[in-house]
Design a binder for this molecule. Sequence first.
Ligand code: HEC
Ligand code: HEC
Length: 203
Amino acid sequence: MTYPTPKFLVALALLGGGLSLASAAPAESPAATAAATVCAGCHGADGNSVATTFPKLAGQQKKYLLKELKDYKNGKRVSEIMAPFMATLSEDDLAELAAYYAKQKPAPGVVGDPALLALGKALYLKGNSKTDVPSCDGCHDENGNGDGKFPRVAGQHVDYTLDQFRLYAAGRRTNGARVMQAVAERMSEQETRAVAEYMASMP
Ligand code: HEC
Ligand code: HEC
């Protein structure tokens, strides 16, 4: 007969302690666990991401968030970064995540080039009749808060917005409204940057 070594007993005690701690903690849903351990790494614990190519989710429209999450999961919105994280989450989990981020308080955006704000504001509120670019306020709201399936754009990172305009213009983001591809194709680089800066400036 062999006896367990003291080292083994210590390991067993630690493991036992760990397990009883874990079982004493409140049972977390898969969505809450994912938000805290996976999503937080890129989008921030409260949905206010720090890295400017990762979109802010805090205060985003719940309906829009849920649609985009479902589209990442079913492959209609293509992102190599996002897709793997959707695989293990159910539709109920996605609904819980959308509700969570919609409720968080959005942090103010950061403006990189204040000289472009006046042009950005004019485009946002009036569009450009010469190039047939519609104004943005009709769908995204005058204050940039969006509504339902129309996303909030206020306070979003300029870099993320520029990335999305490139994807729209190249026909690589096609899961949503066709109007966004037309908008992105018709806007010059300077106009795109200007409107992105203006959206970032909106509280
Ligand atoms: C490794 C970094 C990373 C992780 C982890 C991550 N994301 Fe993302 N997320 C991104 C990037 C980058 C995009 C933009 C992708 C694109 O261009 O479509 C994005 C886009 C999104 C969008 C679309 C936002 C919008 O305004 O359209 C949602 C919603 C989202 N992520 C939710 C989540 C959730 C929920 C999790 C956790 C289950 C998560 N993400 C994990 C990097 C990440
Ligand atoms: C007719 C309605 C409509 C108009 C006009 C419109 N948008 Fe959109 N926009 C949408 C919808 C709907 C989406 C949701 C995503 C999709 O359909 O691809 C969207 C998505 C976006 C996104 C991506 C948000 C994210 O988090 O990924 C940005 C940025 C945006 N719009 C900016 C603009 C700007 C700037 C203008 C004006 C020049 C504009 N939109 C005009 C309907 C509109």
